[in-house]
Ligand binder design. Sequence first.
Ligand code: EPU
Length: 423
Amino acid sequence: MDMIIVKGGQPLHGEVAASGAKNAALPILASALLADGTHTFRNVPDLADVATMLEVLRTMGCEAARLTGRKKDVCEVALSGPITPEAPYELVKTMRASVLVLGPLVARFGRARVSMPGGCAIGARPIDQHLKGLKALGAEIHLTEGYVEARAKQLRGGTVNFDVITVTGTENVMMAAALAKGHTVMENCAREPEVEELARVLNKMGARIEGAGTSVITIEGVDSLKPVDHAILPDRIEAGTLLVAAAISGGNVLVKHAQVEHLEAVVDKLREAGCTITVEAGGLRCKAPRTPTAVNITTTEHPGFPTDMQAQLMALMSVSNGTSVISENIFENRFMHVPELHRLGADITIQGHTAVVKGVKGLSGAQVMATDLRASASLILAGLRAEGPTEVSRVYHLDRGYERLERKLRSLGADIRRVKARG
Ligand code: EPU
């Protein structure tokens, strides 16, 4: 099993590019189920989660593959033969986002059998809202043997008012409604840029969706959709993580493809922390002071501060000048990085869903363990600042959502390498 060793101390300098967005690529790959023919998706990040989604699609009978050589950012998904509309436990348990095939399958093939994703490291993460939405479109839902079985000869438009704002729930129901008969109104929708991006792709396929990116989405169902060629938008969370890498190292880095309109809450907090953030040709530059100022953070749905950046900002706050209060409001257990940051010398106290971070003068390298995707990023970021080597194990979590992060950081001057773990 790989581990990453980072020796802190060097301010990062230079330019680095954000890859395509994981959380847009996953629903977009699933949306290929909605139309026959060959779809071409570009700027698809080379990540373990993307590989899992391609595997899910292949298991059902699609041809789904990443091209090689100079086209390795391109994935093609083709539907021609018969489909087995089922996502098995073995795949769903490795990636919850596999549940994104549920909506397209029932809309297109009239039935779906998808393993229920269990809880995960960051929270219970139920899918009741996905099911509520599909029921509102006329699907019959049964839960048997750990699987969700959904059936509908023809979905019909309906009104869905989500009780909880959910990103993949909004995406699943939006994909289903694209092929439902009649008019659908979805209320209290997630407004994330990835939801908007999925709607853009569906509309290119011939869907009639309006309002994505706002809390009310309306959809006029169509009879059929056609395949598309689409380049996926840049990953705002990866871009944000790279900006924090510049910030925590006291460096000066241009993150190419970072889009300020998708990162406003993060940029605001970095500015409050004393960084100079400028919009430059095709990206965002972060020029950081040696010691950041403490800022308070409250995670909320987009356009609020993203939960997917909470762990990274906490790493930054651990070396700030002052005390920072960080509240996590999306997931109930997303502070698993805290005990690991303690091992590096951070002073953090958890009270319920709030962490009080007292900035310390310096961190010192140690062996730490990644517990989930964003937690692994935060440990690497902390390692960039720590004195001495930090060894981060279980980096398979990192590889689910960051494309060669260590190479990107090394290109900015970080002393970081990946090694095979001992034993
Ligand atoms: N929730 C429910 N019922 C549902 C769905 C969600 O109660 O039916 C709750 C969840 O338990 C959670 C909250 O609603 O407390 C928000 O969850 P949401 O459904 O929005 O999360 P998700 O769609 O499963 C996506 C991202 C996550 C990101 C969250 C929040 C993808 C593939 N995943 O998950 O990304 O943290 O939205 O923004 O889009 C990551 O990339 O590291 C990651 C975890």
